[in-house]
Design a protein around this ligand. Structure first.
Ligand code: F6R
Length: 612
């Protein structure tokens, strides 16, 4: 979960690379480094800490090369130190490599290389790559581009794990070599210049035409040309994809932070997710899916599998599928699913949700489900992401780039898209016609209702100001509201570092209530009129024990006094998480700001988790 960027063209590479790295910092910010091809050879500059630190090193400004690679790191193997920072070079300092991913067999490869006289400066897994390439290239009789590619192919065949790799070699001063497997890498095509990046937004200001590499595909870039090869070095032909996002989608604009911008973008992102997918009175036709009533009737189960916030989106929609389609639906954490030998069969439908489309556990879970014969659907926000390459069917949320590490607009778009899929199923099954029509109307009203929730945030900000120094917080709800409680607690802990836990409200008295003492904050979510009175009783139990309460609701709650009540518009309980989560996103945001933390880049986290 590092970020890599590359440039080859006529301009000085350094500012372009630094600009790209700054945009990729959400992927990791333990260290940063850059290598450019200078007249005297490859020059690398790297340091522990943020990308901005590179600019303080006087040598950085002196880099004149027009070909370069760069890296921002989320440390896995080896502490965040200058030495462990990328780029890494081979012992002869002829080949420079930046790498995103993990080389699982690096210990074995290091031993092999050690036995062949190679030494290692860093504790990283990556350092084996330039040395392995060197090892094979040394054994080539003729030193030409094909021989170098062959050496790279041999080295890559030795690697187990995941990688997106950029390589510079001194013999090919006007070339750049890249290859990927299970880690993201996109190639931006320019005029007389070409770009590499871990994601599209980082280089969107330079080009809108992108090539996406499949696993084990090479690209050899020069300023005017890009050639593609498979692992056996046969040439392949690729068409660029034109990306229609406008650049402002990847800029903060007038907002202080990406997270705030993304929270406020939700009316728009939800509108984009809905697109033309549903229309009142017309049967939903998801062009990406070709299911039939018979197929849906044959299903033994639906599994929704994801990690973190994406898994919470799955929890939020399980009930819609079960209520309207009457198909048993299970929601699983990908890292658990893949190791619990799930009872997936050819009659199962497995839906995998991943904003980035690169989460290692979710991809592995998808591969497992496929191996067991299930049909698989990927839901992602990133076009061409790894998960969409693996799945039988892919649907995009179209929420636009999500840059802040804490996911907000992706969550609400995932819920909306899953609800639309549930509607598509219900219509195929020919059930609950009137209720489904009603649900469609409510989905179409979501963007304006989200606008309403966002109109006045002052009470949320004031409550954040009241509790930001606290150490613990609890989030409770019943039914669908309990899944929102989980998301609210996750948002708060990840960006404010306040210990926060979510409980199904009825569970409190089975243990957690022992933690309630004078002044502790309890957040209650109530959008289900049948369950709200019960949650109110649970809230009274904590108020009696001294808790401060922050309530998000669209119910009339009489005879109880809470410390703060945030009213949200009435909506079907099945899609209420799209509204009720917003005050919780804002609460976490304002608390983090009050504490003076880096909201967009919380400690120890990275946006896409490409390790197990
Ligand atoms: C929390 C958050 C994470 C991600 C999780 C899955 O705010 O962003 O919990 O939801 O890492 O990421 P994706 O959706 O990219 O698979």
């Amino acid at each position: 979960m590092c970020g890599i960027v590359g440039y080859i063209g006529k301009k000085k590479a350094e500012p372009i690379l630094i600009n790209g790295l700054l945009r990729l910092e959400y992927r990791g910010y333990d260290s940063a480094g850059i290598a450019t091809m200078e007249a005297e050879g490859i020059k690398t500059i790297k340091n522990k800490g943020r990308v901005a630190g590179l600019l303080e090193i006087p040598e950085t400004q002196k880099l004149e090369g027009t070909v370069g690679i760069a890296h921002t790191r989320w440390a896995t193997h080896g502490k965040p130190t200058d030495i462990n920072s990328h780029p890494h070079m081979d012992n002869q300092k002829t080949t420079a490599v930046v790498h995103n991913g993990i080389i699982e067999n690096y210990v074995e490869l290091k031993k092999f290389l050690n036995d062949n006289g190679y030494e290692f400066l860093s504790q990283t897994d990556t350092e084996v790559i330039p040395n392995l390439i060197h090892y094979y290239y040394e054994r080539e009789v003729e030193k030409n581009e094909m021989a170098f590619l062959r050496s790279m192919a041999k080295a890559v065949k030795d690697l187990k794990g995941s990688f997106a790799i950029e390589v510079l070699n001194e013999d090919f001063k006007d070339k750049m070599f890249v290859i990927r497997k299970d880690s993201p890498l996109v190639i931006g095509k320019g005029e007389g210049e070409n770009y590499i990046s871990s994601d599209i937004p980082a280089i969107l200001s330079f080009t809108k035409d992108f090539y996406l590499l499949d696993d084990y595909e090479f690209a050899v870039l020069s300023k005017d040309n890009i050639e593609f090869y498979d692992l056996e070095l046969s040439k392949i032909f690729k068409q660029p994809k034109n990306i229609t996002w406008d650049m402002s989608a990847a800029e903060k604009g007038d907002y202080a932070d990406f997270m705030l911008k993304e929270i406020f973008e939700q009316p728009k992102s939800i509108r984009e997710t809905i697109g033309a997918r549903i229309t009142k009175g017309v049967k939903t036709n998801l062009e990406e899916l070709d299911f039939t009533k018979e197929y849906l009737n044959s299903l033994d189960r639906i599994y929704i599998v994801a990690c973190g916030t994406a898994m919470h989106a799955g929890l939020a929609v399980r009930k819609i599928i079960e209520k309207y389609c009457r198909i048993q639906t299970e929601v699983d954490i990908a890292s658990e699913f893949r190791y619990r030998n799930p009872l997936v069969t050819e009659k199962s439908l497995c839906i995998f949700i991943s904003q980035s489309g690169e989460t290692a556990d979710t991809i592995a879970a998808l591969k497992l489900a496929k191996a067991k014969g299930a049909k698989t659907i990927a839901i992602s926000n990133v076009i061409g992401s790894s998960i969409t390459n693996e799945a039988d069917y892919s649907l995009y949320t179209h929420a636009g780039p999500e840059i802040a590490v804490a996911s907000t607009k992706a969550y609400t778009s995932q819920i909306v898209l899953l609800a639309i899929i549930a509607i598509y199923f219900a219509e195929l099954l020919d059930v609950a016609h009137d209720e489904i029509e009603e649900l469609k109307s409510e989905i179409l009203e979501l963007p304006s209702k989200v606008e309403e929730v966002l109109r006045d945030t002052s009470k949320i900000k004031a409550f954040a100001n009241r509790i930001f120094t606290e150490k613990n917080a609890f989030f409770i709800g019943r039914g669908i509201d309990s899944s929102v409680a989980m998301e609210g607690a996750l948002k708060l802990k990840e960006i404010s570092y306040i210990h926060s836990e979510a409980y199904a409200a009825g569970e409190l008295k089975h243990g957690p209530i022992a933690l309630i003492e004078n002044g502790v904050t309890v957040v209650g979510i109530m959008t289900d009129e049948d369950l709200a009175p019960k949650t109110v009783s649970n809230l009274q139990e904590v108020i009696t024990r001294g808790a401060k309460t922050f309530i998000v609701t669209n119910q009339e709650l009489e005879h109880v006094t809470f410390d703060e009540v945030i009213r949200i518009p009435r909506i079907s309980k099945y899609i209420s998480p799209v509204l009720s989560v917003i005050p919780l996103q804002l609460l976490a945001y304002y608390i983090s700001k009050e504490k003076g933390l880096d909201v967009d880049k919380p400690r120890n986290l990275a946006k896409s988790v490409t390790v197990e």
